[in-house]
Design a protein around this ligand. Structure first.
Ligand SMILES: [Zn+2]
Ligand SMILES: [Zn+2]
Length: 168
């Protein structure tokens, strides 16, 4: 039980920080998430080599870091739960990027995901097509607050750009 709880906490906390601290800000202020992750070839390593931009690797690392930072906090609860959480997180990364045109999530699984609030490949594909939509990599219920956070950060960026312009 402790193991499952720890795994669930790792996923909830990790996806929260990943969504609000990395993913949404990247869409407003960043460059590499859009250029790499939203392209057909999503490998940060291949992008860094091909474009001779090793700095892109930092971005790739930052996308995973939100899950790793909670390891020390959750370790006393259950090290096995952390391992399970990381395996589930990686498994979900692979699953949610099933963008083959023939792929379809089975109806029963779609239903379960809708009830529990888990992002399906179909939902994540919507985000890859339009970076303004369907945030929440693992949990779809982060999608709505993330959309508000996106609007706020865009407003902040706009304000900052205008300020720069009027100061120059
Ligand atoms: Zn993705
Ligand atoms: Zn994105």
């Amino acid at each position: 039980m402790q193991c499952l709880l720890t795994a669930g906490l790792l996923l909830l906390l990790g996806d929260f920080v990943a969504t609000f601290g990395y993913h949404v800000p990247e869409h407003v202020f960043g460059k590499f998430h859009n250029a790499v992750h939203h392209s057909p070839n999503r490998s940060f390593v291949r992008y860094a080599i091909r474009h001779r931009q090793p700095i892109a690797l930092i971005d790739g690392f930052l996308s995973a870091a939100p899950y790793l930072i909670f390891i020390p906090l959750l370790w006393p609860l259950s090290p096995g739960g952390i391992a399970l959480g990381l395996v589930l997180a990686e498994g979900h990364v692979i699953w949610r990027h099933q963008f083959h045109p023939q792929y379809q999530t089975p109806g029963w699984l779609k239903q379960v995901c809708r009830i529990v609030g888990i992002t399906t490949p179909e939902r994540h594909w919507r985000h890859h097509r339009d970076g303004n939509q369907a945030f929440g990599d693992i949990f779809s219920f982060y999608g709505q607050p993330a959309a508000r956070w996106l609007r706020e950060l865009r407003r902040l960026k706009q304000w900052w750009l205008q300020r720069q312009l009027s100061n120059s």
